[in-house]
Design a protein around this ligand. Structure first.
Ligand SMILES: [Zn+2]
Length: 69
């Protein structure tokens, strides 16, 4: 089960991973440095998803353009 996502509500695409203690209700500036490092953020959807895939270990398993819901 995938427990995080890349979120683009601020125009930045951040990897928010609850399994690592992150909280989607907190802004980038409100989370500890360790979580900021995980979040990125990326400047595009593709970049955010790529960072998320790397984080959860799917970098080599997920084909480019695969839907992540
Ligand atoms: Zn994580």
């Amino acid at each position: 089960m995938i427990d995080g996502h890349a979120d683009g509500y601020t125009g930045r695409y951040e990897v928010i991973c609850p399994a690592c203690g992150d909280d989607p209700g907190l802004s980038y500036d409100q989370v500890p440095p360790d979580l900021q490092k995980i979040r990125g953020p990326s400047q595009s959807v593709a970049g955010g998803l790529a960072a998320f895939h790397v984080h959860v270990g799917l970098a080599d398993a997920a084909p480019t353009g695969a839907a992540l819901t």
